[in-house]
Design a protein around this ligand. Sequence first.
Ligand code: AMP
Length: 285
Amino acid sequence: MRVVNTIADMTRLRAAFGAETLGFVPTMGYLHAGHLSLVRQSVAENKCSVVSIFVNPMQFGPSEDLERYPRDLERDFSLLKPLGLDIVFVPDVGEIYPPAAQHGTTVTVYGPTERLEGAMRPGHFTGVATVVAKLFNIVRPTRAYFGQKDAQQVAVISKMVSDLNFPLDVIACPTLRESDGLAMSSRNVFLTPGDRATAKFISGGLFAAEALWQAGERDAAVLESVVRESLRRGNFVNIDYVAVVDPLTFDPYTPGSTAALIAVAARVGTTRLIDNILLSCVSRL
Ligand code: AMP
């Protein structure tokens, strides 16, 4: 496993891989088992694999947690080493956004960015799409692996890849959870034991909605109210949204469409958590 810090080195090593399949897993580091499951899938499905670790300032709003985002590169390297990947690409901010260039070009995806995370975090998805487009051009993967945990991000990146003709497949991978159901996240490190006891009511509500869906319930308001009820039992005060949406467009779910996703964002203590469950399969995801 080689650690590469510059675009020049990454480009040179990428060229040496030639036409072999190359799997790519973009991350912001502070890795957990969810990230590692993406890496394992990439290693299993491709001749070569690259993981990037880059905390992307462009996707954080001015009042968000860029400064306190957890970082521990040595720990990340030791978790990645046994997995058999080829390269960890760890550029610094100046490498990706050189000050002299006054980075003036961004990628904005319309459609799936309008609601939920897009509405709560203005500019977030432009930051995500811009850095992912840059990383795709630098790493030139055959397949790129993203977690369904960030379902709206999967929809945004899939649309960008389709609209801008990136020659690669986006692979959406299942959400890994703690034993109490909490979706794994680098930000879980900020949760106190009390926060953890509260946080599990997010997945609890999602599982209850999923059970209702499987029993035939198709009324979005009913499905959403089951999740809200669970959050109430967990004494959540700050709920950003609970919504049933189409998993590709993120438009509100309309009865009759076969695919649906129920998504939640809520704050516990000082930490904002997001989670979702696909209520039925979507062939493109
Ligand atoms: P991040 O470092 O948070 O940007 O995440 C990097 C990638 O890992 C993204 O594609 C995430 O969706 C994915 N990911 C994060 N948490 C999980 C999880 N609990 N299970 C599976 N994938 C995840």
